[in-house]
Write a protein that binds this ligand. Structure first.
Ligand code: PLP
Length: 393
Protein backbone atom coordinates (compact mmCIF):
# COMPACT_ATOMS: atom_id res chain seq x y z
CA UNK A 1 0.00 0.00 0.00
CA UNK A 2 1.20 3.47 -0.81
CA UNK A 3 2.49 5.45 2.14
CA UNK A 4 1.67 8.93 0.86
CA UNK A 5 -1.26 9.36 3.29
CA UNK A 6 0.32 7.70 6.30
CA UNK A 7 0.97 11.10 7.89
CA UNK A 8 -2.79 11.53 8.32
CA UNK A 9 -3.01 8.44 10.55
CA UNK A 10 -0.13 9.77 12.62
CA UNK A 11 -1.65 13.22 12.93
CA UNK A 12 -5.06 11.83 13.86
CA UNK A 13 -3.50 9.58 16.49
CA UNK A 14 -1.63 12.53 17.94
CA UNK A 15 -4.89 14.52 18.17
CA UNK A 16 -6.50 11.59 19.98
CA UNK A 17 -3.52 11.18 22.34
CA UNK A 18 -3.66 14.84 23.33
CA UNK A 19 -7.43 14.88 23.80
CA UNK A 20 -7.94 17.31 20.89
CA UNK A 21 -9.73 14.97 18.50
CA UNK A 22 -13.24 16.26 17.67
CA UNK A 23 -15.87 13.70 18.56
CA UNK A 24 -18.85 14.98 16.61
CA UNK A 25 -22.21 14.57 18.29
CA UNK A 26 -25.34 13.99 16.21
CA UNK A 27 -28.72 15.64 16.76
CA UNK A 28 -31.91 13.67 16.23
CA UNK A 29 -34.21 16.66 16.81
CA UNK A 30 -34.65 20.27 15.70
CA UNK A 31 -32.63 22.99 17.43
CA UNK A 32 -34.24 24.20 20.63
CA UNK A 33 -33.89 24.41 24.40
CA UNK A 34 -33.95 20.60 24.46
CA UNK A 35 -32.17 18.35 21.98
CA UNK A 36 -31.95 14.67 21.26
CA UNK A 37 -28.17 14.14 21.12
CA UNK A 38 -26.88 10.70 20.17
CA UNK A 39 -30.28 9.35 21.23
CA UNK A 40 -30.40 11.09 24.62
CA UNK A 41 -32.72 13.99 25.51
CA UNK A 42 -30.66 16.84 26.98
CA UNK A 43 -31.00 20.50 27.90
CA UNK A 44 -29.08 22.47 25.27
CA UNK A 45 -26.49 25.10 26.27
CA UNK A 46 -24.26 24.69 23.22
CA UNK A 47 -25.88 26.30 20.21
CA UNK A 48 -25.92 29.84 18.79
CA UNK A 49 -29.70 29.75 18.45
CA UNK A 50 -29.91 32.80 20.73
CA UNK A 51 -33.54 33.65 20.04
CA UNK A 52 -34.97 30.20 19.35
CA UNK A 53 -35.62 31.12 15.70
CA UNK A 54 -34.02 28.00 14.16
CA UNK A 55 -37.28 26.12 14.56
CA UNK A 56 -39.77 29.00 14.93
CA UNK A 57 -43.12 28.28 13.21
CA UNK A 58 -43.21 31.64 11.36
CA UNK A 59 -39.69 31.05 10.01
CA UNK A 60 -40.39 27.44 8.99
CA UNK A 61 -43.63 28.31 7.20
CA UNK A 62 -42.01 31.23 5.34
CA UNK A 63 -39.40 28.79 3.97
CA UNK A 64 -42.12 26.36 2.85
CA UNK A 65 -44.21 29.04 1.15
CA UNK A 66 -41.22 30.46 -0.69
CA UNK A 67 -40.28 27.00 -1.99
CA UNK A 68 -43.78 26.61 -3.45
CA UNK A 69 -43.27 29.85 -5.36
CA UNK A 70 -39.54 29.81 -6.25
CA UNK A 71 -38.34 26.22 -5.79
CA UNK A 72 -35.19 25.43 -3.86
CA UNK A 73 -31.92 26.01 -5.66
CA UNK A 74 -30.75 29.32 -7.13
CA UNK A 75 -29.15 27.56 -10.12
CA UNK A 76 -26.35 30.09 -10.56
CA UNK A 77 -24.06 32.58 -8.93
CA UNK A 78 -25.55 35.94 -8.05
CA UNK A 79 -23.86 37.75 -10.96
CA UNK A 80 -25.12 35.39 -13.68
CA UNK A 81 -28.70 34.16 -13.14
CA UNK A 82 -28.82 33.45 -9.39
CA UNK A 83 -30.21 36.75 -8.10
CA UNK A 84 -33.89 36.30 -7.30
CA UNK A 85 -36.32 38.97 -6.13
CA UNK A 86 -36.05 37.36 -2.69
CA UNK A 87 -32.29 38.00 -2.45
CA UNK A 88 -32.81 41.69 -3.14
CA UNK A 89 -35.68 41.86 -0.67
CA UNK A 90 -33.46 40.31 2.00
CA UNK A 91 -30.68 42.82 1.29
CA UNK A 92 -33.11 45.76 1.51
CA UNK A 93 -34.64 44.42 4.71
CA UNK A 94 -31.35 43.74 6.49
CA UNK A 95 -29.94 47.16 5.50
CA UNK A 96 -33.05 48.83 6.92
CA UNK A 97 -32.92 46.69 10.08
CA UNK A 98 -29.24 47.52 10.62
CA UNK A 99 -29.88 51.23 9.82
CA UNK A 100 -27.18 51.34 7.14
CA UNK A 101 -27.08 52.47 3.52
CA UNK A 102 -26.90 49.09 1.81
CA UNK A 103 -26.14 45.39 2.27
CA UNK A 104 -24.88 42.41 0.27
CA UNK A 105 -25.47 38.80 1.26
CA UNK A 106 -23.06 35.87 1.04
CA UNK A 107 -23.39 32.11 1.56
CA UNK A 108 -22.11 32.37 5.14
CA UNK A 109 -20.40 34.65 7.61
CA UNK A 110 -17.21 32.81 6.79
CA UNK A 111 -17.38 33.64 3.08
CA UNK A 112 -18.48 37.20 3.90
CA UNK A 113 -15.11 37.70 5.62
CA UNK A 114 -12.98 35.82 3.11
CA UNK A 115 -14.74 37.69 0.28
CA UNK A 116 -14.70 41.19 1.74
CA UNK A 117 -11.20 41.65 3.13
CA UNK A 118 -9.34 40.64 -0.07
CA UNK A 119 -11.66 42.88 -2.12
CA UNK A 120 -10.52 45.89 -0.08
CA UNK A 121 -6.91 45.11 0.82
CA UNK A 122 -3.90 44.10 -1.28
CA UNK A 123 -0.15 43.58 -1.07
CA UNK A 124 0.70 47.24 -0.44
CA UNK A 125 -1.82 47.51 2.39
CA UNK A 126 -1.85 46.89 6.14
CA UNK A 127 -4.47 45.26 8.37
CA UNK A 128 -4.65 45.92 12.11
CA UNK A 129 -6.31 42.84 13.57
CA UNK A 130 -7.44 42.08 17.15
CA UNK A 131 -5.34 39.25 18.64
CA UNK A 132 -8.43 37.10 19.26
CA UNK A 133 -10.23 37.58 15.94
CA UNK A 134 -12.28 34.73 14.42
CA UNK A 135 -10.65 32.23 12.05
CA UNK A 136 -12.62 33.54 9.05
CA UNK A 137 -11.24 37.06 9.61
CA UNK A 138 -7.73 35.64 9.86
CA UNK A 139 -8.21 33.67 6.62
CA UNK A 140 -9.66 36.74 4.86
CA UNK A 141 -6.63 38.79 5.97
CA UNK A 142 -4.21 36.13 4.73
CA UNK A 143 -5.99 35.80 1.38
CA UNK A 144 -5.69 39.53 0.81
CA UNK A 145 -1.88 39.40 0.79
CA UNK A 146 -1.75 42.53 2.98
CA UNK A 147 0.66 42.84 5.90
CA UNK A 148 -1.14 41.77 9.07
CA UNK A 149 -0.37 43.46 12.39
CA UNK A 150 -2.03 42.11 15.52
CA UNK A 151 -2.93 44.41 18.39
CA UNK A 152 -3.79 43.53 21.99
CA UNK A 153 -7.26 42.10 22.44
CA UNK A 154 -9.93 44.83 22.68
CA UNK A 155 -7.17 47.31 23.55
CA UNK A 156 -7.36 50.70 21.77
CA UNK A 157 -4.04 51.87 23.29
CA UNK A 158 -2.27 48.85 21.85
CA UNK A 159 -3.99 49.44 18.50
CA UNK A 160 -2.81 53.05 18.39
CA UNK A 161 0.76 52.05 19.27
CA UNK A 162 0.86 49.51 16.44
CA UNK A 163 -0.57 52.06 13.98
CA UNK A 164 2.04 54.67 14.97
CA UNK A 165 4.87 52.12 14.67
CA UNK A 166 3.86 51.43 11.08
CA UNK A 167 3.12 54.97 9.96
CA UNK A 168 3.97 55.52 6.29
CA UNK A 169 4.56 51.82 5.65
CA UNK A 170 1.37 51.12 3.74
CA UNK A 171 -0.99 52.37 1.03
CA UNK A 172 -4.41 51.69 2.63
CA UNK A 173 -5.18 50.49 6.14
CA UNK A 174 -7.98 48.48 7.75
CA UNK A 175 -8.87 47.91 11.40
CA UNK A 176 -10.79 44.66 11.86
CA UNK A 177 -12.34 43.19 15.00
CA UNK A 178 -14.97 40.73 16.14
CA UNK A 179 -18.03 42.42 17.64
CA UNK A 180 -18.72 39.90 20.40
CA UNK A 181 -15.87 37.44 21.03
CA UNK A 182 -17.41 34.01 21.26
CA UNK A 183 -15.05 32.40 23.78
CA UNK A 184 -15.36 35.07 26.48
CA UNK A 185 -18.58 36.86 25.56
CA UNK A 186 -16.86 40.25 25.72
CA UNK A 187 -16.78 43.05 23.14
CA UNK A 188 -14.32 45.83 22.27
CA UNK A 189 -14.85 49.54 23.08
CA UNK A 190 -16.05 50.21 19.54
CA UNK A 191 -16.48 53.95 20.20
CA UNK A 192 -12.74 54.22 20.89
CA UNK A 193 -11.95 52.20 17.76
CA UNK A 194 -14.01 54.56 15.59
CA UNK A 195 -12.07 57.54 17.00
CA UNK A 196 -8.78 55.86 16.09
CA UNK A 197 -10.06 54.90 12.63
CA UNK A 198 -11.05 58.54 12.01
CA UNK A 199 -7.80 59.96 13.39
CA UNK A 200 -5.61 57.77 11.15
CA UNK A 201 -8.01 57.59 8.19
CA UNK A 202 -8.39 53.80 8.32
CA UNK A 203 -11.30 51.64 7.17
CA UNK A 204 -13.10 50.07 10.16
CA UNK A 205 -14.73 46.65 9.94
CA UNK A 206 -16.53 44.77 12.69
CA UNK A 207 -17.68 41.15 12.46
CA UNK A 208 -20.85 41.11 14.54
CA UNK A 209 -21.74 37.41 14.16
CA UNK A 210 -22.47 37.02 17.88
CA UNK A 211 -23.80 40.55 18.37
CA UNK A 212 -26.63 40.54 15.84
CA UNK A 213 -29.95 39.62 17.38
CA UNK A 214 -28.28 40.13 20.76
CA UNK A 215 -26.81 43.64 21.23
CA UNK A 216 -28.40 47.00 20.37
CA UNK A 217 -32.04 48.00 20.12
CA UNK A 218 -34.08 44.90 19.30
CA UNK A 219 -30.88 43.04 18.35
CA UNK A 220 -29.55 45.52 15.78
CA UNK A 221 -25.99 44.72 16.77
CA UNK A 222 -22.90 46.30 18.29
CA UNK A 223 -22.90 49.43 16.10
CA UNK A 224 -26.43 50.21 17.24
CA UNK A 225 -25.47 49.40 20.83
CA UNK A 226 -22.79 52.11 20.75
CA UNK A 227 -24.92 54.42 18.53
CA UNK A 228 -22.14 54.63 15.95
CA UNK A 229 -24.27 54.61 12.79
CA UNK A 230 -22.27 55.91 9.84
CA UNK A 231 -18.95 55.64 11.70
CA UNK A 232 -18.25 51.96 11.11
CA UNK A 233 -17.58 51.33 7.42
CA UNK A 234 -18.38 47.62 7.35
CA UNK A 235 -20.50 45.35 9.54
CA UNK A 236 -20.16 41.68 8.72
CA UNK A 237 -22.87 39.43 10.04
CA UNK A 238 -24.27 35.95 9.87
CA UNK A 239 -27.79 34.59 9.59
CA UNK A 240 -26.66 31.31 11.18
CA UNK A 241 -26.72 32.44 14.80
CA UNK A 242 -29.48 34.58 16.32
CA UNK A 243 -31.37 34.64 13.01
CA UNK A 244 -31.56 30.85 13.15
CA UNK A 245 -30.89 30.14 9.46
CA UNK A 246 -27.75 30.26 7.28
CA UNK A 247 -26.02 32.94 5.25
CA UNK A 248 -23.70 35.90 5.65
CA UNK A 249 -24.09 39.62 5.20
CA UNK A 250 -21.97 42.72 4.76
CA UNK A 251 -23.79 45.91 5.68
CA UNK A 252 -22.62 49.49 5.58
CA UNK A 253 -21.41 52.20 3.24
CA UNK A 254 -23.18 51.97 -0.16
CA UNK A 255 -19.96 52.49 -2.09
CA UNK A 256 -18.28 49.51 -0.40
CA UNK A 257 -21.32 47.29 -1.04
CA UNK A 258 -21.36 48.32 -4.71
CA UNK A 259 -17.65 47.38 -4.92
CA UNK A 260 -18.27 43.99 -3.30
CA UNK A 261 -20.93 43.21 -5.94
CA UNK A 262 -18.11 43.59 -8.48
CA UNK A 263 -15.19 42.11 -6.55
CA UNK A 264 -16.40 39.87 -3.67
CA UNK A 265 -15.14 36.53 -5.00
CA UNK A 266 -17.64 34.21 -3.22
CA UNK A 267 -20.41 36.47 -4.59
CA UNK A 268 -19.08 36.06 -8.13
CA UNK A 269 -17.85 32.47 -8.07
CA UNK A 270 -20.06 30.53 -5.62
CA UNK A 271 -23.80 30.03 -6.05
CA UNK A 272 -26.40 32.17 -4.35
CA UNK A 273 -28.04 31.18 -1.07
CA UNK A 274 -31.04 28.84 -1.47
CA UNK A 275 -34.66 30.02 -1.52
CA UNK A 276 -35.72 28.55 1.85
CA UNK A 277 -32.68 30.10 3.55
CA UNK A 278 -33.46 33.56 2.17
CA UNK A 279 -37.18 33.39 2.95
CA UNK A 280 -36.55 32.08 6.46
CA UNK A 281 -34.08 34.89 7.14
CA UNK A 282 -36.58 37.52 6.00
CA UNK A 283 -39.12 35.95 8.37
CA UNK A 284 -36.60 36.19 11.23
CA UNK A 285 -36.14 39.89 10.47
CA UNK A 286 -39.96 40.28 10.55
CA UNK A 287 -40.00 38.83 14.06
CA UNK A 288 -37.15 41.03 15.27
CA UNK A 289 -38.77 44.17 13.85
CA UNK A 290 -42.19 43.33 15.29
CA UNK A 291 -41.09 43.01 18.89
CA UNK A 292 -38.09 43.08 21.20
CA UNK A 293 -39.64 40.32 23.30
CA UNK A 294 -37.20 37.56 22.29
CA UNK A 295 -34.12 39.75 22.73
CA UNK A 296 -35.41 40.91 26.13
CA UNK A 297 -36.06 37.32 27.14
CA UNK A 298 -32.51 36.34 26.11
CA UNK A 299 -30.98 39.03 28.32
CA UNK A 300 -33.31 38.21 31.23
CA UNK A 301 -32.33 34.54 31.04
CA UNK A 302 -28.66 35.48 30.88
CA UNK A 303 -28.97 37.80 33.90
CA UNK A 304 -30.67 35.08 35.96
CA UNK A 305 -28.16 32.42 35.01
CA UNK A 306 -25.07 34.58 35.51
CA UNK A 307 -26.32 36.09 38.76
CA UNK A 308 -27.10 32.69 40.30
CA UNK A 309 -23.83 31.14 39.08
CA UNK A 310 -21.82 33.99 40.59
CA UNK A 311 -23.63 33.78 43.91
CA UNK A 312 -22.85 30.05 44.02
CA UNK A 313 -19.19 31.01 43.68
CA UNK A 314 -18.51 30.26 40.01
CA UNK A 315 -16.23 32.55 37.98
CA UNK A 316 -17.99 33.71 34.81
CA UNK A 317 -14.96 35.55 33.42
CA UNK A 318 -15.26 38.76 31.40
CA UNK A 319 -18.63 38.06 29.82
CA UNK A 320 -20.64 41.16 28.83
CA UNK A 321 -23.28 39.21 26.86
CA UNK A 322 -25.43 36.06 27.15
CA UNK A 323 -22.35 33.93 26.27
CA UNK A 324 -21.33 32.74 29.74
CA UNK A 325 -17.93 31.09 30.21
CA UNK A 326 -17.61 29.13 33.46
CA UNK A 327 -13.89 29.39 34.14
CA UNK A 328 -12.33 26.17 35.44
CA UNK A 329 -8.61 26.43 34.59
CA UNK A 330 -7.47 22.94 33.71
CA UNK A 331 -8.66 21.31 30.49
CA UNK A 332 -9.04 17.97 32.25
CA UNK A 333 -11.33 19.48 34.87
CA UNK A 334 -13.40 21.22 32.19
CA UNK A 335 -13.86 17.98 30.25
CA UNK A 336 -14.81 16.09 33.42
CA UNK A 337 -17.25 18.87 34.37
CA UNK A 338 -18.90 18.71 30.94
CA UNK A 339 -19.14 14.92 31.11
CA UNK A 340 -20.83 15.02 34.52
CA UNK A 341 -23.24 17.74 33.38
CA UNK A 342 -24.19 15.48 30.48
CA UNK A 343 -25.01 12.71 32.97
CA UNK A 344 -27.37 15.26 34.54
CA UNK A 345 -28.90 15.81 31.05
CA UNK A 346 -27.25 19.20 30.59
CA UNK A 347 -25.31 19.62 27.34
CA UNK A 348 -22.62 22.30 27.67
CA UNK A 349 -19.29 22.28 25.91
CA UNK A 350 -15.84 22.19 27.52
CA UNK A 351 -13.30 24.39 25.71
CA UNK A 352 -9.57 24.01 26.20
CA UNK A 353 -6.31 24.81 24.46
CA UNK A 354 -5.86 25.69 21.56
CA UNK A 355 -9.39 27.15 21.35
CA UNK A 356 -8.63 29.17 24.50
CA UNK A 357 -5.23 29.90 26.14
CA UNK A 358 -3.51 27.20 28.25
CA UNK A 359 -4.80 27.25 31.83
CA UNK A 360 -8.05 29.02 30.89
CA UNK A 361 -10.20 26.01 30.09
CA UNK A 362 -13.88 26.49 30.71
CA UNK A 363 -17.41 25.33 30.12
CA UNK A 364 -19.07 27.70 27.69
CA UNK A 365 -22.76 28.16 28.37
CA UNK A 366 -24.83 29.53 25.49
CA UNK A 367 -28.04 31.03 26.86
CA UNK A 368 -31.11 31.29 24.61
CA UNK A 369 -34.48 32.99 24.69
CA UNK A 370 -35.84 29.48 24.06
CA UNK A 371 -34.94 28.43 27.63
CA UNK A 372 -37.83 28.54 30.08
CA UNK A 373 -37.44 29.49 33.75
CA UNK A 374 -37.57 25.76 34.57
CA UNK A 375 -34.81 25.00 32.08
CA UNK A 376 -32.55 27.62 33.64
CA UNK A 377 -33.37 26.37 37.16
CA UNK A 378 -32.59 22.80 36.15
CA UNK A 379 -29.26 23.83 34.64
CA UNK A 380 -28.33 25.78 37.77
CA UNK A 381 -29.07 22.71 39.92
CA UNK A 382 -26.86 20.55 37.72
CA UNK A 383 -24.01 23.11 37.88
CA UNK A 384 -24.33 23.27 41.67
CA UNK A 385 -24.25 19.48 42.03
CA UNK A 386 -21.29 18.95 39.70
CA UNK A 387 -19.49 22.04 41.03
CA UNK A 388 -19.63 20.62 44.57
CA UNK A 389 -18.66 17.09 43.47
CA UNK A 390 -15.59 18.43 41.69
CA UNK A 391 -14.86 20.92 44.48
CA UNK A 392 -15.05 23.96 42.21
CA UNK A 393 -17.46 25.70 44.61
C1 PLP B 1 -19.68 32.07 13.56
C2 PLP B 1 -18.84 33.16 13.09
C3 PLP B 1 -18.58 33.33 11.74
C4 PLP B 1 -19.05 32.37 10.70
O1 PLP B 1 -20.40 32.51 10.43
P1 PLP B 1 -21.12 31.40 9.51
O2 PLP B 1 -22.28 32.11 8.95
O3 PLP B 1 -21.48 30.27 10.41
O4 PLP B 1 -20.13 30.98 8.47
C5 PLP B 1 -17.84 34.43 11.35
N1 PLP B 1 -17.36 35.30 12.26
C6 PLP B 1 -17.58 35.16 13.57
C7 PLP B 1 -17.04 36.17 14.51
C8 PLP B 1 -18.31 34.08 14.04
O5 PLP B 1 -18.52 33.94 15.34
Amino acid sequence: MSSKLKWIDEELQSLKDSGLYNEIRTLGSPQGAWLVVDGKRVLNFCSNNYLGLANHPHVVSAAKEAMDKYGVGPGAVRTIAGTMELHLELERRIAKFKRVEDAITFQSGFTANTGTIPALMGKEDMIFSDALNHASIIDGCRLSGATIKRYGHADPASLETVIKENKGNYRRGLIVTDGVFSMDGDYPPLDKLTEIAEKYDLILMVDDAHGEGVLGEGGRGIVDHFKLHGKVDIEVGTFSKAFGVMGGVVAGDAKIIQWLRQRGRPFLFSSAVTVPDVAATIASIDLLEESTELVDRLWANAATFKGEMESMGFDTGKSMTPITPVMLGSAKLAREFSRKLYEENVFAMALGYPTVPVGQARIRVMISAAHTDDDIAQALKAFEKVGKELEVI
